[in-house]
Design a protein around this ligand. Sequence first.
Ligand SMILES: [Zn+2]
Length: 93
Amino acid sequence: MVWGELVMNPQNGKGSARRKGANDKAYADNYDRIFGKKLDCPQCGEPTDQFYEGYCETCCEQNQRELDEHNASYDRWHGLSDEQRDLEIKRAR
Ligand SMILES: [Zn+2]
């Protein structure tokens, strides 16, 4: 991540001078100005530093969970006999 290199760069002064708290916002704003690439997640619209498969990390994890659940029910469906499938379809109606 470029952030650490920027903060630790000796030309910027002491790397350890960075304080937590209010300064974080200023640093973040500077970061945005310098690198100018906050991304907006197309799913939740939240800004994110980085895309994970096209979404923010939260949405990516959520999508992955939903995919896992989908795959699990798909596998389960394929493990059923035709009779059991008929039964489930009738039950769903
Ligand atoms: Zn998102």
